[in-house]
Structure formats: C-alpha cells, structure tokens
Design a binder for this molecule. Sequence first.
Ligand code: UDP
Length: 240
Amino acid sequence: METAKYKRVMLKLSGEALASEKGYGIDFDTANTIALQIKKLVEMGVEVGAVVGGGNIWRGRSGEGMDRTTADYMGMLATCINALALQDSLEAIGVNTRVQTAIEMREIAEPYIRRRAMRHLEKGRVVIFAAGTGNPYFSTDTTAALRAAEIEAEVILLAKKVDGVYDKDPHKHEGAVKFNNLSYIEVLEKGLQVMDSTATSLCMDNQIPILVFGLDEPHNIIRAVKGENIGTLVSSNICK
Ligand code: UDP
C-alpha cells in the first residue's frame, strides 16, 4: 500500500487541464486519466477536494466590451460544466463524488455548505467545488485557496501545463530557470505567474503550501501526494 504525505488535499485543475492539446472544450480521455489518478488518491486514504477552472470554455476577460460582472458569471457557469464532466468521469470508475456549487442550481448540484463538504470528505467522497467563489472579480485559483482554508486542506496541488514555476516563461525562453522552493513573498514581489496575487495572499495569510507541478505526466498527482520532489513548492519557507 502506497503511503501519502497528506491526509486532505485540494486539487486545482485549470479548465485547460481538461482540454488537453486543443486548449478548448473537454477532452474526455484527459478527464478520464485525471479521474483515475484521483481514484488512486482515494484508495490511498487521501481526502480530496477539487476546484476546476473554466478557461477551456470561457474566461471573464474573454468578454471584451461586455459588462465584467456578466462575463465573470459566464466564467463561473463554465466551471460548473467542467465540474459535472469531472464528476461523470469519476463516478464512471466507481468514485463517490459530490459537486457543491457556490451559485445555487439545485437540480444539478448541492449548494456549497462547508460542514456538508467536510462530512463528504470524511466519508471518502471527492468534493468538486463549482462556480468559483460565487463572486465576480475572483478566480478559481482564489477559490482553491479559499476552499482549502475552509476545509483545512494541508496543501493545494496546482496542476499546470508546465512542470513548476520558472523565472521566465519556459515555452518562450530557452534559458528559463525552474525554482524548487519559493516563498509567497517572492512570488508576489517577482510577479511570478503561479496564481493571481489575491490567491497567493490568501495562501500566505493562512499558511497553505502550494505545490505547482505539470500535468503532462498524469502520475504526477500521485507523486505529489506521496511527497516526491517534483515541481515547485510555494510556502513560507524561503530556502532554495
Ligand atoms: N470566476 C469568477 N469568480 C470566481 C471564479 C471564477 O468570476 O470566484 C470567473 C472568471 O471570469 C474566470 C472564469 O470564471 O475567468 C473561469 O475561471 P478561471 O479563469 O479561474 O479558470 P482557469 O484559468 O483555472 O481555467
């Protein structure tokens, strides 16, 4: 039996993580691969909360010329579509799940109720948090930070398209250097593209470590939870 470093984690998947190479829509092979990794976590006894983004369908800032609030609500609805897709992939392989949404839509999901979320987690159900925080002007990274604090997750697993945090965009700059460890303050001061500053500040204030790693290798979710040395760890620890 594989042992996990963490008992309760918050997995943040960007919408793009569900879209695979295409960058838009939902790629069900990808969703199924992610679901299998989550299933393994549950089998290892890890309690899993998940926040999914919506960028593969809609982002508030895509709505150029639109009322910002309306555009953001459209983004929140996009996260609900992704949450249902992930739920479907998980349930298809026998993982018990609940979707909880920050915007009420009774026919398709439970409303977000922290105490109920905690109970589901204790029972080994994966709780997928949909509709972001329910407020415009926020992101799903901030949602992950907020819900992680609320459910007392030990770490945020931030699965990205790159395998960690670099000083420059590694897709554009050959000599980009990857950090193994960073402090929250360094992320904020250097303007590194880990999470938005609201999300990073929330993690800093509540001492929630963020492990940033690449989802190109899906097994990385398991490796991250086992405490293997992958990606970049953002915490209050400033050693390199
Ligand atoms: N959003 C929002 N409030 C929230 C979370 C999300 O308004 O609390 C909207 C916002 O417009 C955002 C979109 O939902 O652009 C999709 O979320 P995000 O961009 O964080 O998705 P990701 O980049 O992770 O796919």
